[in-house]
Design a protein around this ligand. Structure first.
Ligand SMILES: [Zn+2]
Ligand SMILES: [Zn+2]
Length: 260
């Protein structure tokens, strides 16, 4: 498999997973035009995308979904709740391309298996995704206020995982957001902090993970790439585990293409 984070952060998310027979996008959270440009920068033809999976209806995950469906006529998979939540913002889409999936279920598509893993987030039936192909496994787990044992197991077993590293707790609490929003972000239905991410990678490493971790969904207001990386590495290093293969995702910029 190959993996590239096309863009990640509180302002827009999209990840590419490639197998022998498929090129999937997880979320289209910038305009279709912006995603086309970012794919072209990586010499990936946007018309070669074979399917799109959506995690939840928030616009930083769905902004370009409607245009993409009308332009490229590829199937888009999302839970019933996510479809309902994004109905108004994506406009009219071809009914035959609108595929409903169930969080907690696995689906086989020729050379890959994809599982929708329920997340804990203030959206209608949100999920992350785990893709397995050719003996390798990739997980994308962001927009979750806590990690369930199932998510932690997937993170531990994955060869590559995008894990949310949303905010620095001090920056969030001392920042300009209203208290209600701060509480929402910190809650079990909000977002994972840098510390949460660090402890989760530590746990995965302690359970034998040698996988690559990409720190994802960094907040523009309440985090910096340097602070996210420093905090995670300090926690993982402090526990005596390996800090090798921990990378940052980028906002409106694709990462390197990882082969796993
Ligand atoms: Zn988000
Ligand atoms: Zn969200």
């Amino acid at each position: 498999m190959r993996f590239c984070s096309i863009t990640s952060g509180s302002s827009g998310n999209c990840h590419l997973i490639e197998t022998g027979q498929h090129r999937l996008l997880i979320d289209i959270g910038l305009s279709a035009k912006q995603i086309e440009k970012l794919l072209n920068d990586r010499e990936i033809d946007p018309a070669s995308i074979t399917a799109v999976f959506v995690t939840h209806e928030h616009t930083d995950h769905t902004k370009g979904v409607g245009v993409w469906m009308r332009r490229y006529r590829v199937p888009v998979m999302a839970t019933a709740g996510t479809w309902k939540g994004m109905e108004r913002t994506i406009g009219q889409v071809p009914g035959e391309l609108r595929v409903e999936i169930r969080a907690g279920k696995g689906y086989r598509m020729s050379d890959l298996r994809i599982e929708a893993v329920p997340t804990c987030h203030d959206a209608n039936d949100p999920c992350g995704y785990v893709v397995e192909s050719g003996g390798s496994k990739v997980a994308v787990i962001t927009d979750t206020g806590m990690l369930t044992p199932l998510m932690q197991r997937h993170l531990c077993e994955s060869d590559l995982a995008v894990l949310e590293c949303n905010h620095d707790i001090d920056m969030l609490m001392q920042g300009p957001y209203p208290m209600a929003l701060k509480k929402r972000i910190r809650s079990n239905m909000g977002h994972l902090s840098n510390e949460d991410c660090g402890y989760s990678i530590t746990e995965a490493r302690q359970r034998g993970s040698k996988g690559i971790f990409l720190l994802g969904h960094l907040s523009q207001e309440n985090n910096t790439p340097q602070l996210a990386m420093d905090t995670v590495k300090q926690i993982v290093d402090g526990s005596g585990q390996s800090i090798a293969s921990i990378h940052l995702t980028k906002r409106e910029q694709a990462t390197e293409m990882f082969t796993i």
